[in-house]
Write a protein that binds this ligand. Structure first.
Ligand code: ADP
Ligand code: MG
Length: 312
């Protein structure tokens, strides 16, 4: 049975045009669950991870707006909140879709911590924008009151920036693997996982950072011994000369080609680039193939009929 780690992009849960109501998210996730159940019926043994960008953004705003009446929570706690919330929705939707086709498979979400290196250079150079926009004056105030670092976001105003360190190790991996091997449908490392550092005597401590979900998906896929990492996003595949007149979507590429394209800066920073980096890492670490495709075409992509295949 081919083992597939499925990484769901933000649009599997919330689309750009959506307001972000619970109903919209449940409906998007229901469709996503329908696709995932098809993969299960096709005979793939899947494990699921997902992004949390829009949701954790909303949770942040709720925190910031209510800070005069309720103490705001640190980012690691908010990440955990988003894992629980999205995990619940996927878990329920999967159960419902599985029942429709007469499959009785247990589904579980694992609140997942991911260890990062406290000396990761990202901590000295935070560049991941999170939360709402502030004026210069508000930004100064946040800097003083909460010790945040704020930077100008493309001329649109000041925003908080947090480090995006590399994921090293999934703390709950043994349990995740045991459940997965046992046939449980596991949802793990949501939103890239909750970033933690290891202190003296192995003590874990949450940090205010955001781990890239594609890089964590690689960690998850490699750790459970997946054959395939399937990254489902909102484009049909990987293009070179993206959004230029000579744009070309690729059916396949080797990791050697992928490295060349990375050097040529062919992939958007913070969007396609981390997916390709994750792909190269997964295959270098022994994974068989990576497929990047749209959510809707995922099933076809696994059969080699859509998306972009990345191989050795
Ligand atoms: P996800 O939530 O799935 O991680 P992202 O927005 O982070 O979604 O990444 C997908 C986006 O990457 C696409 O919508 C596209 O705009 C962008 N992108 C940047 N460079 C490329 C490229 N070379 N080929 C395809 N898509 C690209
Ligand atoms: Mg992304």
């Amino acid at each position: 049975m081919e083992k597939v780690c499925v990484a769901l992009g933000g649009n599997a849960i919330l689309r750009y045009k959506d307001r972000g109501t619970a109903e919209e998210q449940f409906e998007n996730i229901r469709k996503t669950a329908e696709y995932l159940v098809r993969l299960i019926r096709d005979g793939f043994k899947i494990i699921i991870t997902h992004g949390n960008g829009p949701q954790v953004g909303d949770i942040l705003i709720r925190n910031e707006r209510c800070s005069d009446i309720l103490p705001p929570m640190p980012l690691d706690v908010l990440g955990a909140e988003s894992q629980g919330m999205i995990g619940y929705m996927i878990q329920q939707a999967l159960r419902n879709e599985l029942r429709k086709v007469g499959l009785d498979i247990p589904v579980i979400t694992i609140v997942t911590q991911v260890v990062v290196d406290k000396n990761d250079p990202a901590f000295k150079n935070p560049e991941k924008f999170v939360g709402q926009f502030y004026t210069v004056w508000e930004a100064e105030k946040m800097k003083k009151e909460r010790g945040w670092i704020l930077k100008d976001d493309a001329g649109r105003g000041y925003r908080r920036v947090v480090p995006s360190p590399k994921p090293i190790f999934i703390v709950e991996i043994d349990t995740i693997k045991r459940l997965y091997d046992d046939g449980v449908l596991v949802i793990a490392a949501g939103g890239g996982g909750i970033p933690v550092v290891v202190g003296e005597e192995g003590k874990l401590q949450g940090v205010e950072a955001v781990i890239d979900k594609d890089l964590s998906a690689e960690r998850l896929a490699t750790s459970v011994g997946a054959d395939t990492l399937l990254i489902l996003t909102d484009v049909e595949g990987v293009a070179i000369n993206f959004r230029k007149p000579n744009q070309k979507f690729l059916k396949e590429m080797s990791i050697v080609q992928a490295r060349e394209y990375l050097e040529q800066e062919q992939f958007g920073r913070g969007s396609m680039k981390p997916k390709i980096e994750a792909a190269v890492k997964f295959i270098t670490g022994g994974g068989k193939r990576v497929i990047i495709s749209s959510l809707e075409q995922g099933e076809k992509a696994l059969k080699g009929e859509a998306g972009t295949l990345i191989h050795i």
